[in-house]
Design a protein around this ligand. Structure first.
Ligand code: NAD
Length: 376
């Protein structure tokens, strides 16, 4: 009871008052810092108990230092008891898609993590925000820029934090690439290439092959990783894109894109090429700079990743990326550290995704992008 009251108080404080600037100078600011330190782990509710929740997120939550699996939201009643027993989840923290909004009165849930098919992300993220919960929304953030805007607006209105499930921003090889770029260790990036692809041959009725549920094919699913690599591998947002689509198995990929390539231009003069596919296995990023090169291969798998540079190999200890990601978001909520994968980043990537589809529709024409520093 004592902890619940403190949690509610902290929640109200972070939602109602906000900025540390307001707090500093107040006599009880130090006491609040102490309370933050003492605060129990933040409770996360997973919405959608499919393969990513089952095999990656829930096991990672067992290792998290700042958050834990406090609740579940599922449309499959048979899963309730299995998850409840395995993760010691109380009856009061088990929801289905219909009664999900009752989560508003559950003080043990601080964060809702939406892990559903892409077309359901915006609905559940907005409902979570309206229930006063911080939100992690899986990638791709939504199936349109309009939906990304609606999620961001709902979170801003409810004064809750929002993050996209871009686990690589908490992962050490990716951090190192960002450092190499920021500090120009190998000079200016001149060319970047990024591929994120796997061969799909499973159930032809899966939601990823159904445009109404996925919003698109390889580009929506894996393409966002290649787009991300091109951006953190240059440190810039692209200023234009030109794209091509390839289809070799139209009987299987009836409704969604199979393979897409796209070329980016950057304002520094760098240029690059990305490839994404549901028809072939590649996972890599490579950058050629004026004083050397660097690469990650694999670049976006669950790890361990591996990296080489013209100055030697990269080597970092492996931890579950999802553990690092969820702890980073909890730290952002608790201690106001930077949000490493904010909603604006998910929206920026969706702007690029829409521009790529537009380029293909317009016969591979070049589409200008005016992203400024969005999501960097
Ligand atoms: P999945 O198919 O294994 O699970 C989907 C879940 O949604 C299931 O529990 C299913 O019952 C539920 N669901 C509810 N309504 C549904 C409907 N109409 N059709 C199909 N399923 C429905 O998928 P997943 O691999 O767990 O992916 C879920 C989300 O997580 C996707 O947005 C995906 O892009 C994302 N994801 C992210 C990563 C990552 O590395 N960040 C990895 C895998 C998946």
């Amino acid at each position: 009871m004592k902890n619940i009251s403190r949690r509610s108080f902290n929640n109200k404080l972070s939602k109602g008052i906000g900025g540390a600037a307001l707090l500093s100078g107040m006599p009880w600011a130090c006491a609040m810092d102490d309370q933050k330190q003492e605060k129990k782990k933040l409770g996360i509710a997973l919405v959608g108990l499919g393969s990513y929740s089952t095999y990656q997120l829930a096991p990672s939550l067992l290792d998290c230092e700042l958050c834990y699996l406090a609740g579940i939201v599922t449309g499959t009643p048979e899963k309730e008891k299995i998850w409840q027993d395995k993760y010691k989840i109380p009856d009061a923290s088990i929801y289905n898609y219909e009664n999900f909004d009752n989560i508003i009165s559950n003080d043990s849930i601080d964060i809702v993590y939406v892990v559903l098919p892409n077309s359901m992300h915006s609905d559940f993220s907005i409902r979570a925000a309206k229930a006063g919960k911080h939100v992690i929304c899986e990638k791709p953030m939504a199936v349109s820029v309009e939906e990304c805007d609606a999620i961001i607006e709902a979170c801003n209105k409810a004064n809750v934090k929002l993050s996209v499930g871009y686990r690589l921003h908490s992962e050490p090889y990716t951090q190192e690439i960002k450092r190499l770029v920021d500090e120009k260790v190998f000079g200016n990036v001149q060319y970047i290439s990024a591929e994120a692809a796997y061969r799909s041959g499973a159930n032809p009725d899966q939601w990823r092959l159904n445009k109404a549920l996925s919003g698109g094919g390889a580009l929506m699913n894996m393409g966002v990783y290649a787009i991300q690599s091109a951006i953190y591998g240059t440190g810039e947002n692209p200023i234009s894109v030109c794209a091509q689509e390839f289809s070799t198995r139209p009987d299987y990929f009836k409704d969604t894109d199979e393979t897409i390539t796209a070329q980016f231009e950057f304002s520094s003069g760098a240029f690059g090429n990305i490839m994404t596919s549901h028809n072939t296995n590649v996972n890599r990023m490579f950058a050629s700079c004026d004083k050397g090169w660097f690469e990650l291969s694999p670049a976006s798998s669950y790890g361990p990743l591996a990296g080489k540079t013209s100055g030697g190999d990269l080597s970092f200890p492996h931890e579950r990326q999802q553990k690092l990601q969820m702890d980073d978001f909890a730290r952002h909520i608790l201690n106001d550290t930077p949000n490493v994968a904010p909603g604006e980043m998910g929206k920026r990537d969706m702007i690029i995704v829409e521009a790529i589809y537009e380029s293909i529709e317009k016969g591979n024409s070049k589409i200008d992008l005016k992203l400024g520093a969005m999501g960097l």
